[in-house]
Design a protein around this ligand. Structure first.
Ligand SMILES: NC(=O)c1ccc[n+]([C@@H]2O[C@H](COP(=O)([O-])OP(=O)(O)OC[C@H]3O[C@@H](n4cnc5c(N)ncnc54)[C@H](O)[C@@H]3O)[C@@H](O)[C@H]2O)c1
Ligand SMILES: O=c1ccn([C@@H]2O[C@H](COP(=O)(O)OP(=O)(O)O[C@H]3O[C@H](CO)[C@@H](O)[C@H](O)[C@H]3O)[C@@H](O)[C@H]2O)c(=O)[nH]1
Length: 443
């Protein structure tokens, strides 16, 4: 099948590459000419494990092409995916200017039947708005389908190739058939394609993200309680997660959820609810808890240094909002850096993939280390903000010899509390007992 994907960011590039991988001819369209040039020349523009190999293979075999021209991109396509940004507007609701602007342009270009597919995360009613935008300039036949994307960054290729489910929102039989055929190779192992109306599909995406964000904020509140009553959140997590009704996944406490999706989507659902004259109380609490959790380590750090961070030097491990990505959108590490710099401290950071993106944002406000151990040189404390695998079992001897103080503030609970206590560290994490070489048992 011939497919166009408009918007070649995290979702568009994964979508285009994975559809090419199953034999479709895909043209990706992007307004960013530099991105299109790099991609056309075989240079991948995001870090996503496993993507580059598929991208290069399909590019070489001419199943994947890139262009800045919407007209060229959609000319022969039977299906046109919209994988465009839906950033929060000033009031927190999803801004549809990219989606509706492109839809209007598509209306000017359509000559025959096509299926327009909304892959972006969009509020209920968007499919109707897209239809209306196309209709302004085109009176022929077309369908608009809502097909929300559930991939996670860092495991995006696997999530796309082997989805838990595919949600297809359409009331058109023709649209349903086209989409069913396209997705057939991805659900061979029996995971469902769930057909529904457009509005339900649009809401499903927000409901999924908001539910997952709720799970995280709930665990972060349990972690807060654990610290106050002397319980261990990791034990509580295991204790409740073995109940199938709760499930083991997405129960990890930490320094809040970040990324380009949860923060914006929870906010947008609250906003949509308000517009529908409904106060979504739980989600307001979810957001409030997350705002506080992002800075959970800061009061601990300040208390440890007697409220005086001026001249203190911090090593920071992890900048990306989660491991296995270079994405720094709403990354908790950025909020921590801001607080430390404002308090007069200096920071030396290391992240395996995200340093380039942070450098573009912060320039020389912080030092970017060659590796995780170089970041530790002369540090008064180490802060861990992202759970990259290589941080999990470090060489503690190297840590001890590089740092000024044996002090760790761990926002991702990477280390075993008892083991690190034996190494003589001052160690504070999230929802577990704190360890100090002097008191050795500080809650
Ligand atoms: N990132 C994720 O993990 C993820 C997962 C599921 C759903 N989503 C949703 O998918 C959508 C896209 O997210 P993303 O992370 O891929 O965004 P992104 O910012 O990484 O990519 C968007 C791309 O669209 C391009 N673009 C902007 N205007 C354009 C135009 N007029 N014509 C052509 N291209 C244009 C940009 O240059 C950019 O390359 C959002 O609605 C997001 O909420 C994202
Ligand atoms: O137990 C957990 C799990 C995650 N997180 C944090 O939650 C955020 C989001 O993580 P994750 O969901 O793995 O990454 P995303 O790539 O943002 O994926 C989410 O957002 C995407 C965009 O909408 C959806 O497609 C995915 O299904 C949804 O998981 C990150 O900051 C994580 O550190 C936790 O704090 N604890």
């Amino acid at each position: 099948m011939k497919i166009a994907v408009v918007g070649t960011g995290y979702v568009g590039l994964v979508t285009g590459t994975c559809f090419a991988e199953t034999g479709n001819e895909v043209t990706c369209v992007d307004i960013d000419s530099k991105k299109v040039e790099r991609l056309s020349n075989g240079e991948i523009t995001i870090y996503e494990p496993g993507l580059e190999k598929l991208f290069l293979r399909n590019l070489k075999e001419n199943r994947l092409q890139f262009t800045t021209s919407l007209e060229d991109g959609i000319r022969d396509a039977k299906i046109v995916f919209l994988a465009l940004p839906t950033p929060p507007g000033e009031d927190g609701s999803a801004d549809l200017k990219y989606i509706l602007g492109v839809s209007e342009e598509i209306g000017k270009l359509l000559k025959d039947y096509k299926v327009l597919v909304d892959k972006s995360t969009v509020p209920v009613g968007t499919a109707e708005k897209v239809k209306a935008a196309v209709r302004k300039n085109y009176s022929g036949e077309f369908d608009v389908v809502s097909n929300p994307e559930f991939l996670r960054e860092g495991v995006a290729v696997d999530d796309f190739m082997k989805p838990d489910r595919v949600v297809i929102g359409t009331t058109s039989e023709r649209g349903r058939k086209v989409m069913g055929d396209l997705y057939a190779p991805f659900v061979r192992s029996g995971n469902p394609v769930i057909y529904m109306d457009e509005r339900s599909a649009e809401l499903t995406k927000y409901a999924a993200n908001s539910f997952l964000a709720t799970k995280i904020s709930f665990m972060n509140e349990i972690a807060q309680l654990c610290e106050r009553v002397g319980a261990d959140v990791d034990m509580v997590r295991l204790g409740i997660g073995s109940d199938d009704r709760i499930g083991k996944r997405f129960l990890f406490p930490g320094i809040g959820y970040g990324g380009s999706c949860f923060p914006k989507d929870v906010q947008a659902l609250v906003k949509s609810s308000c517009e529908a004259d409904y106060q979504f109380r739980i989600l307001n609490a979810v957001m409030e808890v997350n705002e506080k959790q992002k800075l959970h380590l800061i009061p601990k750090i300040k208390k440890y240094f007697n409220d005086d961070l001026k001249g203190k030097h911090f090593a920071l491990w992890g900048l990306a909002f989660k491991p296995n990505t270079d994405d720094i959108r709403e990354a908790p590490a950025l909020y921590i850096i801001e607080e430390l710099l404002a308090a007069g401290a200096t920071v030396s950071a290391f992240d395996p993939e995200a340093m380039k993106n942070v450098q573009q944002l912060l320039g020389d406000q912080i030092h970017f280390a060659e590796n995780q151990y170089e970041a530790l040189k002369g540090a008064d404390a180490l802060i861990i903000a992202t759970e990259w695998n290589e941080f999990r079992t470090p060489d503690f001897l190297k840590i001890v010899t590089s740092m000024k103080n044996k002090t760790i503030f761990d926002g991702r609970n990477l280390f075993d509390v008892s083991a690190i206590s034996e190494l003589g560290f001052h160690y504070e994490s999230v929802g577990r007992r704190s360890i100090s070489p002097n008191s050795n048992h500080k809650n």
